[in-house]
Design a protein around this ligand. Sequence first.
Ligand SMILES: [Zn+2]
Length: 295
Amino acid sequence: MKPVLPKLNFALCRDLERRLGTDDLIEWLETEAERVASLGRKHGGPIAFSTALLRDRNISLIGAKPYLPALQTISPTENGYEIRYTPFQRVEDRRFGVAHEIAHTFWFGPGAGGNPLSPLQRAIGDDPTIEWLCNRAAAAILLPRSDLTPITEEVPLVLHKISNLAKLYVVPERLVARRIFHDLAGKDVDLLAVRRRGDKGKVAWFASAPSRGQVMKKLENRTVPSELLPTPDMEKTCEVKIDGRWCLLADSASGFNRAKPLKRSPQIQPTSAWVFRNEDTWYVALPRQNRQSSG
Ligand SMILES: [Zn+2]
């Protein structure tokens, strides 16, 4: 496995590789996710949690249940597993949650019962490495690598494709952005979408650059003042100079301190970014290298 990942338990990853008979856990995960996704393919639509897919993962039921301890859970039954999810989620969030639970079956030992494949997994509570792998595998099931390969080759000039791909595959836009830029193209960029609210903008979602590691604060709903919003008419993704305070905004996710309103921050040098704008949303990819302020 390549050392591009955040703080994962490498001993656990090595042990999983040994037990799965691979020397590249991420490559194994991508291939296996592609195979599982192929069982849920239907005429160019989103990957479906089909009977064939569920049978392959030994899952007998996916159903809504109120008052769960988490948004979704997987639990062993007499002869397999069942997945429960909290109702009233957006369908794309629910699909990601269910795919995450399906991915847990990759790291269970043979047979039913939900025993961990590796004894190095945490016995109590969630194992952060396993959770990270499940998120990565869920993305790979819902957005199979081979579907995105041609798009990945055009990175970073693909921000204008995020919204349509999210609709086509019925997944959150943020997942599409992460999948293309981070998982597949390996770009160290912060990704943001900002929706128009009157003459200002509000952060709709933020996908932090892989090199940030753990993000301390959510940026969702932060206000982006009008003077920060690039105005050129754009049909496609363009490289443009944008107000340097976009970097402050992204960096504020990594800090412990309370974020100052951007309006009151002193102006800093413009920075290069990739931007796509439609009527109501700005999609921005901010490279982390060559930044004046970061951390
Ligand atoms: Zn999980």
